[in-house]
Design a protein around this ligand. Structure first.
Ligand code: 13P
Ligand code: 13P
Ligand code: MG
Ligand code: MG
Length: 360
């Protein structure tokens, strides 16, 4: 019987400012999920100020019961967060009543359904202070770059490549590209991660290999309420890239959009679960990776994969990059380009100057 892995997340309020989820919110989420008879297992954590629910069940993706469980869990935690006057309590819960599917209501969702393998390693990536398209770069490296993933060259099970589903969030369209044949076409799109977002990666036989949350919070809300702070699930080993190949792209702290007020570029810094805590200039943007073995529907683990001195140099490099780019202050390319700033509070400031512009 197939299992479904659902990772559903929301910012329901935080301590202090946009830094971390309060331990009480995590306790509430654990209690709510423990009560459910509809799920096989769960793990609750946080990445910065985002509450993360990792759920295993057998109901398939987009299931109403599971989405409702997550929604009610967030609502319960937000209720208490409001009482405690935590910061931006209820931030990502954009609607009052649940529609039946959590998509489009604020929280981020990544889900996949698959047959459990004889041994089934999976990695859940969770990020804070960045946008949904931030997985484009690592997913490309993991599944299409032989300089990252030696298995694409060496392992006959990976050698034929993978298929990539890309969403155009401006036009609400999607396209499926096959690699390595169409690698340049893929890069032509996903090199612009604010518009083109990699949603799914499949094997050439059509089996799911990776999936990400693609919710653009500012577009859903029509104004800036916070960044997307996306999640991503990647399957590893036995026909998929090895765990180390999945982690390897994060050894380079590539630049992502987000950070302070969701308005700045900054290095994506890989951190241990205990360091998933945004402080400096509300960041820098960070990513954590928890590895699990799925065993008869249960989550064995986690193994906190970036809690490794092997990533110390990456973190140092990220800090050097953070110093460098921070020195630009309010100038681009630290500040995001103008079209991205439309969804921040900047247009309100510019409105004031509108009538003072004279023809030249
Ligand atoms: P093992 O020989 O330890 O199973 O490792 C194989 C592998 O894929 C390492 O990346
Ligand atoms: P979040 O998107 O993590 O809530 O952060 C919002 C923000 O404005 C940080 O400066
Ligand atoms: Mg927040
Ligand atoms: Mg956040």
């Amino acid at each position: 019987m197939k299992i479904t892995l659902s990772v559903i997340k929301a910012d329901i309020g935080s301590l202090v400012g946009h830094s971390i989820v309060h331990p009480t919110s995590i306790d509430i989420a654990k209690k709510e999920l423990a009560k459910s008879r509809d799920i096989e297992d769960f793990y609750v954590t946080h990445c910065g100020d985002d509450l993360e629910l990792i759920i295993v069940h057998r109901k398939g993706i987009n299931n109403k019961v599971i989405h409702k469980l997550a929604w009610q869990t967030f609502m319960k935690a937000a209720e208490k967060a409001k009482k405690m006057k935590l910061y931006a309590a209820g931030q990502d819960l954009l609607v009052k009543t649940f529609s039946g599917n959590i998509k489009g209501q604020g929280p981020g969702v990544a889900e996949m359904e698959f047959n459990e393998r004889p041994s089934d390693p999976i990695i859940v990536f969770m990020a804070d202070k960045t946008e949904a398209g931030s997985w484009n770069f690592p997913l490309y490296k993991i599944f299409a770059d032989p300089f990252n993933t030696s298995g694409l060259v060496i392992d006959p099970k990976l050698h034929s490549g993978f298929k990539f589903e890309v969403l155009d969030v401006l036009k609400n369209k999607k396209v499926l590209l096959s690699c390595p044949e169409e690698v340049y076409d893929l890069l032509a799109l996903i090199g612009a991660p604010s518009r083109y977002i990699l949603k799914n990666v499949y094997t050439k036989k059509g089996e799911i290999a990776a999936t990400s949350s693609i919710e653009k919070l500012s577009k859903l809300a029509g104004r800036y309420v916070g960044k997307d702070d996306p999640v991503c699930i990647v399957r590893a080993q036995s026909g998929f890239p090895a765990v180390g190949e999945v982690l390897e792209p994060f050894a380079f702290p590539f630049m992502v959009a987000g950070w302070m007020r969701g308005s700045h570029h900054g290095p994506f810094i890989p951190v241990a679960e205990k360091n998933a805590k945004c402080t400096r200039f509300d960041g820098p943007p960070r990513v954590m990776a928890l590895g699990f073995q799925i065993s008869n529907g249960k989550l064995i683990g986690p193994n906190d994969l970036f809690d490794d001195p092997g990533f110390d140099k990456t973190r140092q490099e990220a800090n050097v990059m953070a110093d460098y780019i921070r020195k630009h202050g309010p100038f681009e390319p630290h500040r995001l380009p103008s079209d991205e700033m439309e969804y921040t509070t900047l247009p309100e400031v510019l409105k004031k100057l509108k009538n003072r512009f004279k023809k030249i």
